[in-house]
Write a protein that binds this ligand. Sequence first.
Ligand code: PMP
Length: 437
Amino acid sequence: QTHFIFHSLQAKMSRPVQARRLEGIDKNIWVEFVKLAATYSKVNLGQGFPDFPAPDFLREALMRALSGGNHMLHQYTRAFGHPPLVKVLAQFFEKLLGRDLDPMTNVMVTVGAYQALFCCFQALVDEGDEVIIIEPFFDCYEPMVKMAGGTPVFVPLRPNPPKDGKLMSSADWQLDPAELASKFSERTKAIVLNSPNNPLGKVFSRGELGLIAELCVKHDVLCISDEVYEWLVYDGKQHIRIASLQGMWERTVIIGSAGKTFSATGWKVGWVVGPDRLLQHLRTVHQNSVYHCATIAQEAVAQGFQRELMLYGKPESYFVQLPKELQQKRDWLVQSLDGVGMKPIIPEGTYFLVADISPFKSDVPDVPNSEEPYDSRFAKWMVKNKGLAAIPLSAFYSEAHKNNYTNFIRFCFAKEEATLKAASDILQKWKQEKTSS
Ligand code: PMP
């Protein structure tokens, strides 16, 4: 009798358990590289998060929310966003976009920008729809499009080598207008735009955004605009919101993140801003998946925004101070990488920097005909042997294009001075060993 039951149980377990939509998307670069960094790194410039504290005013706001008189902050709040947060976000974005916004229908709070992206793809992309993704891209766009049943269509930013032996800038990576136009068809449902761009740090110019906007309008295509690094732009550059271009508001969802904005990635508070005709469908996904994000974190972020609204454009504003500090860190890392010959591509925005590893390749043996892109092997070797963690650029390319750019790694410079100095020491020592051997 027992024998029989055992057999029938085994038979049942031979059936595939995973849904078809998970096929081919089970590998994740972050799971692998975060584990490697945790195991081997002495200095971690890999994953994008600050190792300096979130600003005092934000931590104090959380403390007040936690221990103040309003014990209801420990309970559920409104599903689509804690009222004080959607209200202040609407006020803030009215200023940025120059249009009236309804906090209840034009704003939704999500569990980080990650869940905002997930809501967009689930709500707007159907089986058979194509979604244009600009390479290199924040890696989750591809599996999220596929999980929704859509087909990602990739178009690359192409590097134009700078003249006069100058360092390359992220602005030297550009779309080919004809190539971009060729990707739009009647199957195209949406394009994902990420400006400032992770990993390159590219801040799209008005001209580039105009071109994308024109194509979106012409082909009636939606724009999922990931603007989580909106405040991190340098050298007096301006972040332009594509939603403010003609014909774009009605077809754009803007995505933001308190994690990036207030240097508190662990809070996982994000938002979407856009027209009700799009957001109503995102709300359906949101209410049937996570319902809402932690009330107390939303309350504290609301207070952070109230402060920033009051100080808007003033030198004390965190959104003014943070990029100033990060620009110094960027310049410092640029110099130290250039000093050892790991040529950096100077980012115009974000807290990432991509550098050329070519001069260090001789230390890391290539494996001919390997499936793994060279930069990935290099980054693994570097963390294991030198204790320095970074992310290979190929992680930000689709499978078909992973082997096009295998000489670059991405560093995160949202780090304390001591961390950046320690990274620089490792590289300098490495270079000395190379020259003396
Ligand atoms: N979009 C981009 C471009 C990002 O770099 C990140 C975080 N690395 C996210 C979205 C996700 O943001 P969050 O942590 O708020 O979920």
